[in-house]
Design a protein around this ligand. Structure first.
Ligand code: UD1
Length: 434
C-alpha cells in the first residue's frame, strides 16, 4: 500500500495539466460493447478505475489494447465476440461503475450477468433505476446469488422517467436505447458533461440521439453501430481539485487543458470565497489567492449545481476561510468520512445529518491520516498542503482510482509531496473500503 508524505506550507505556482475525465472514459469504454467494430479512445486517464474497466472488458472477451507513447496515446477496444457477458464480483466490488456494462451487454448480446454492486464507503449505490428502465424496455431480470441476470431478444423503445437523477443510470439506459427497436423517450435525465461525452461517442458510432445534456433525451434505435474514434473531454473534478489547491495554498496556479464551461459552480464559489479567478482562453483557468479567504456555503446538486465530487475538497478550503461555512451534501447519505481526519488535523467541523458546519480559519497541523474514498483522499491532500509539518497519508490507492500521477503533477508546481511504496493492499481490505 503506497503512502504520500506531504510537507505543508508551499504555495503552488505554475501551470498544471488536466487529464481526461475518468467518469467519461468509463461509459465510453462500455459503449465499445455495442459494436463488433473497433472503438479508439484518446485522452483516457491512466488511473486505476480505467485499468479495472480494461480488465472487465477483457474478461468478457474484448480485445483491449493500450497504445502508449508520447505522440498519441490511445486505447483500442474491439468487442468482435463477447464470449462471456458477465461482470464478475471480483471486479465489480472494486468499481461500482461496472454496472455501466449492463445496458450495453443486453442490447448487444441479449443477455448480461452483472454482480450486484452492494454498498460503498459513501453510501448505498443502488441500481434499481437501471433495472426499472431495462424492464420497461422489455428485459427480464432476475436476481440470484448476488448477481443480476438480464435477458431480452431485442430491447424495445420505451418512455422512461427517472424517479431520481442518476448519472450512470442515464448512461446505462442511453446505451441500451441506441440499439433498441423504436424510440425511447428518457425524462429527468442527468445533464452532466459526462453524459454528453458519451452521447457524442455514440452519435459518432451511428446512434440517433437528441437532447443529451438536457433532462429529456430522445433516442431512435438503430440496427447496428459501427466503429469510431473519440477524444475524451478533460476531467472537471481533477481541474476543480487543482483550482482549490491553488487557492488554499495562496498560490498562483494555471490549470491548463480544462473546460471552464464545465466548472461554473466551482469557479463561482472560488470567486465568492475571495480567490481571483481568470479564464485564459477556452482551455485554462488561473487562480490566485492574495488576501484572506472568506467563508461561503455550498450545497451539492446535480449538474450544473455544485458537484458532490468536489464537496470534500471544498471542505478543506472552508477550514482555511474566515467565518462559518455550511456544507450541505444532498446526493450521497454518507459522504463526510474526510471530516474526522480533517478534525484530527485541527479543523473545526461539526456534522449534523447531511450538513457540516465548518468554522475557520483553523491552523492545521500535520498528522498521519487515512484515505477512505477517492474524493476524501483529495481533501486530505489539500489539507496537508497547508498543514504545519509533514503529513502521512495512508491508503492512497483510493486516490489512484481517479487521479493520474497527482503527486508528480503537484510536485511540478511546488508541492512538497512524495510517494513511498509499501506492501500491496489485500483484496479483502480493498473491498471493505472502496
Ligand atoms: C456518478 C459518478 C460519481 C458521482 C455521482 C454523482 C461515475 C462513474 N460516477 O456516480 O463520481 O459522485 O455520479 O454525481 O460517473 N440512485 C438510486 N438508484 C439508482 C441509481 C442511483 O437511488 O439506480 C441514487 C444514488 O444512491 C445517489 C443518487 O441517486 O443518491 C445519485 O447517484 P448516481 O448519479 O447514480 O451516481 P453514480 O452514477 O453512481
Amino acid at each position: 500500500m503506497d503512502k504520500f508524505l506531504i510537507s505543508g506550507g508551499a504555495p503552488l505556482v505554475g501551470t498544471i495539466h488536466v487529464s481526461g475525465a475518468k467518469n467519461s472514459a468509463l461509459p465510453c469504454m462500455a459503449a465499445a460493447i455495442l459494436t463488433e467494430d473497433e472503438i479508439v479512445l484518446e485522452n483516457i486517464p491512466h488511473v486505476r478505475d480505467i485499468e479495472t474497466e480494461r480488465k472487465l472488458l477483457a474478461s468478457m472477451g474484448a480485445e483491449v489494447e493500450l497504445v502508449d507513447g508520447p505522440a498519441n496515446p490511445h486505447t483500442r477496444i474491439r468487442c468482435a465476440t463477447l464470449s462471456d457477458p458477465v461482470a464478475k464480483y471480483e471486479i465489480v466490488k472494486t468499481m461500482r461503475a461496472s454496472s455501466l456494462v449492463l445496458g450495453p451487454l443486453v442490447a448487444r448480446t441479449g443477455m448480461a450477468r452483472v454482480a450486484m454492486p452492494g454498498g460503498c464507503a459513501i453510501g448505498g449505490r443502488p441500481i434499481d433505476l437501471h433495472i426499472k428502465g431495462l424492464e420497461k424496455m422489455g428485459a427480464t431480470i432476475i436476481q440470484e446469488h448476488g448477481y443480476l441476470e438480464a435477458r431480452a431478444e431485442r430491447l424495445k423503445g420505451a418512455h422512461l422517467v427517472f424517479d431520481k437523477i442518476t448519472v450512470t443510470g442515464t448512461e446505462d439506459l442511453l446505451m441500451a436505447a441506441v440499439l433498441a427497436e423504436g424510440e425511447t423517450l428518457m425524462e429527468n435525465c442527468a445533464r452532466e458533461p459526462e453524459v454528453t461525452d458519451l452521447a457524442a461517442l455514440l452519435t459518432a458510432m451511428g446512434a440517433r440521439i437528441e437532447g443529451a445534456g438536457t433532462s429529456t433525451i430522445v433516442v431512435r434505435g438503430v440496427e447496428r453501430l459501427h466503429g469510431a474514434n473519440y477524444r475524451i473531454n478533460p476531467d472537471r473534478i481533477e481541474a476543480g481539485t487543482f483550482l482549490i489547491a491553488g487557492a488554499i495554498t495562496h498560490g498562483d496556479l494555471t490549470v491548463e487543458g480544462c473546460n471552464p464551461a464545465h466548472l461554473g459552480a466551482v469557479l463561482d464559489k472560488l470567486r465568492e470565497v475571495g480567490a481571483r479567478v481568470d479564464l485564459l482562453g477556452t482551455e485554462a483557468v488561473r487562480v490566485r489567492a492574495i488576501g484572506p479567504l472568506q467563508a461561503a456555503d455550498i450545497s451539492t446538486e446535480e449538474y450544473p449545481g455544485f458537484p458532490t465530487d468536489m464537496q470534500a475538497q471544498y471542505m478543506a478550503l472552508a477550514t482555511q476561510s474566515e467565518g462559518v461555512s455550511l456544507v450541505h451534501e444532498n446526493i450521497f447519505e454518507n459522504r463526510f468520512m474526510h471530516v474526522q481526519e480533517l478534525i484530527r488535523m485541527g479543523a473545526h467541523i461539526k456534522v449534523d445529518g447531511r450538513i457540516a458546519t465548518v468554522r475557520g480559519p483553523a491552523p492545521l497541523s500535520a498528522a498521519a491520516v487515512m484515505c477512505s474514498d477517492l474524493r476524501a483522499s483529495a481533501s486530505l491532500v489539500l489539507a496537508a498542503l497547508v498543514a504545519d509539518g509533514r503529513s502521512v497519508l495512508d491508503r492512497v490507492y483510493h486516490m489512484d482510482r481517479g487521479y493520474e500521477r497527482i503527486e508528480q503533477k503537484l510536485h511540478g508546481v511546488g508541492a512538497r509531496i512524495e510517494r513511498v511504496a509499501n506492501a500491496p493492499v489485500s483484496q479483502e481490505e480493498e473491498a471493505l473500503t472502496t
